[in-house]
Design a protein around this ligand. Structure first.
Ligand code: NAD
Length: 491
């Protein structure tokens, strides 16, 4: 692992990194005495750029621009919207290397994962371009022959969106495509820790010909910006991706002002491996999936329930494969796991491990920070983990895999469903009865059986219980951005 800071590398980072700015009413804005914050490279801890914060006047201007633009954008043809969305999809693919490299610089993930994030999620542009042409209403048979009854679906209005740092391109493009495709306008606050991808997205929409004010990008202190935007009478809809506690705060604020919400919140996804599964294949797939993006994924597998007979074999294979993960700077080609996205995640992950250890868990591998430069953390496997330990009950959001045995299907379903989370879940079995019982019994928004197949543009992504409200992607994607109007007319 190479975590040393290289001065010459920092100079290159400065030269090629995104020119960070606000995007308001079709203008890219920075400077002017605005407060700025350092953006740090999590692999080196060094600043790579300065991010301007929006002033109160900037926020007001963004809101006013979004309100003004809505008056024309809501009447735009879906063909016009589709054309712009498609163009942005093409540009994203063309620019994926540069956008991906900048994500690696400000977020830390391996460059192949970062470019893959942009390439794969450019499809949201294509999907929303296609689906926006199918925002249908309906005609309801009337009770009288001279009456016509219709249901119209209309764009809800100005949206406020807040997106996190773990998938800076993916999380933002989904919300922007849904709003823009539905005929809404949007003010988005991206992740201040990893802002380059959101600025890159704004540039592409700008170049693709999106009218001024339809998309606006602001930065600042998250709680201050969200409080101001959500309370504004201009905003009609709030979309947030992030943690459960923050999601609950924002949803409560939105409810107080009677605003629609989409909430994509945290999870604590159970993995259930039955003893009839292909154990080696399951372990190999799960190691790759668990440590992707250093486990900083809302759908990361976080509780590993292995049926008793297969437990020892699974754990041995899982540890062996985890041991082979190369941790290092995301810019190095053979790196499989980069640093945690920012320093505050290091003590957060350590506290989960320390708590488990205190309660009698065994650290099979990892368990500590790596090196003294950057936020590197060792991929960690825990066994003998008590059910009430922090890592089994709160979302760890990091490279930690607690493995525990189970006896039978009723027991594992009860344990899998025992938490307030309900985002994703994973099952490995060759027995169709087990598969059916799990897909019917698991309380989760997504169930993956024998593979990982979620988060495609054409499939709905979202959680139940504390994990959120609403779905992104799939034919459901516009539901949160449209209102229903009933029209009845008599001759
Ligand atoms: P955090 O809860 O402070 O922040 C998480 C995200 O929410 C950040 O992008 C932050 O800018 C934003 N945020 C925080 N408070 C906000 C507010 N009042 N208004 C608007 N946005 C706000 O924690 P963190 O240390 O940055 O991240 C760790 C936790 O965040 C994890 O435990 C995980 O649960 C959650 N998280 C979830 C996702 C996801 O995809 N669901 C992504 C990133 C982080």
């Amino acid at each position: 692992m190479n975590t040393a800071t290289k001065p010459e590398q920092t100079a290159v980072e400065h030269a090629t990194y995104e020119d960070l700015c606000l995007y308001i009413d079709g203008e890219f804005i920075k400077g002017g005495g605005r407060k700025e914050q350092d953006v740090l490279n999590p692999a080196t801890g060094q600043p790579i750029a300065k991010l301007p914060h929006a002033t109160r006047e900037d926020l007001d201007r963004a809101l006013a621009a979004a309100a003004r633009a809505f008056e024309t954008w809501k009447k735009s043809s879906p063909l016009e919207r589709a054309k712009i969305l498609r163009k942005v999809g093409e540009m994203s693919r063309e620019r994926a290397k540069d956008i991906g490299r900048n994500i690696t610089l400000d977020m830390g993930k391996p460059i192949a994962e970062a470019i893959g994030e942009v390439m794969a999620n450019s499809e949201h542009c294509d999907w929303h371009a296609e689906e926006c042409r199918r925002i249908y209403g309906r005609v309801i048979p009337p009770r009288l022959p001279n009456v016509r009854q219709m249901v119209l679906r209309e764009p809800i209005g100005v949206c406020a969106a807040f997106t996190p740092w773990n998938f800076p391109y993916n999380q933002a493009i989904r919300k922007i495509c849904a709003a823009v495709g539905a005929g809404c306008t949007i003010v988005i606050k991206g992740p201040e820790d990893s802002p380059s991808a959101v600025v890159a997205i704004a540039r592409m929409f700008h170049e693709a010909g999106l009218p001024p004010g339809v998309l606006n990008v602001v930065w600042g202190v998250p709680a201050e910006v969200s409080d101001y935007l959500i309370k504004s009478p201009i905003v009609r809809k709030v979309s947030f991706t992030g943690s459960v506690p923050v999601g609950k705060q924002l949803a409560a604020l939105a409810a107080a002002h009677m605003k629609r919400v989409t909430m994509e919140l945290g999870g604590h996804s159970p993995v259930v491996v039955f003893d009839d599964a292909d154990i080696d294949r399951a372990a190999d797939m799960l190691v790759a999936f668990k440590f992707r993006n250093a486990g900083q994924v809302c759908v990361s597998p976080t509780r590993f329930y292995i049926q008793e007979k297969a437990y020892d074999r699974f754990v041995a294979r899982f540890i062996e494969k985890t041991n082979g993960i190369k941790v290092g700077s995301g810019l190095e080609e053979d790196t499989r796991m980069g640093p945690l996205a920012h320093y505050r995640r290091v003590p957060a992950i350590q506290s989960f491990i320390d708590d488990a250890k205190k309660r009698g868990a065994k650290i099979e591998i990892g368990g500590t920070q790596l090196g003294e430069v950057g936020n590197f953390f060792a991929p960690t496997v825990l066994t003998n983990v008590p059910e009430d330990s922090l890592v089994m009950t709160s979302e760890p959001f990091g490279p930690v895999a607690p493995c525990v045995p189970f006896k039978d299907i009723d027991e594992v379903l009860r344990r899998a469903n025992s938490l307030p989370y309900g985002l994703s879940s994973y099952v490995f079995t060759t027995n169709t009865k087990n598969a059916l019982a799990m897909q019917n019994g698991i309380e989760a928004g997504m169930v993956n059986i024998n593979h990982f197949g979620q988060a495609l543009a054409e499939t709905p992504f979202g959680g139940i219980k504390d994990s959120g409200i609403g779905s992104e992607g799939g034919t459901e994607t516009f539901d949160g951005y449209l209102t229903t109007k009933f029209v009845t007319q008599m001759d």
